[in-house]
Ligand binder design. Sequence first.
Ligand code: IMP
Length: 175
Amino acid sequence: MQQPDLRVLIPRQDIAAKVQEMGETLSRDYRGKEVLLVVVLRGAALFAADLCRCIEADVVIDFIAVSSYGSSTSSSGVVRFLKDLDESVESRHVLIVEDIVDTGLTLAYLMENLKSRHPQSLRTCTLLDKPSRRRVDLRPDYVGFTIDDLFVVGYGLDWDQRYRHLPDICIHSEK
Ligand code: IMP
């Protein structure tokens, strides 16, 4: 298989600085509260691992895994749960942690689903945002970097399950 070009878009030190900054904001916003981080597997796992260590509040971490039905999430907007939460959401302060928001369909679906479980509050946090691709009216509450319509890999993000381990966020040439 031919190797695609990978060009660094966001270097590791910029990611680290941004994650620290986001952690400080979250520490302020959730001061004195317990926050349940709902980490969307697999992509957000690396971001969440770094982010949670920058949050000074009571943090509980749980994981959720979703997949699209049929062809692709972005075309159908219908997702199914591969792994549901172990924690109850009811009456808790819930923060969904995503790696990237693209069309917004996955996050919109997750929000609807979690809302129906009656959290005390529900917010969304994403490291990367591609607003130009949005298909639903959704603005995440916390955004690390806003990027153009590029396919990126690294720091948890994959292309066909590869490149998640790269420490920098890179542009993948085969879009
Ligand atoms: P959505 O289109 O907002 O529903 O995003 C669906 C999922 O597509 C994201 O959670 C990512 O897993 C994946 N995705 C979207 N854009 C990229 C990208 O640039 N690189 C890697 N994965 C992406």
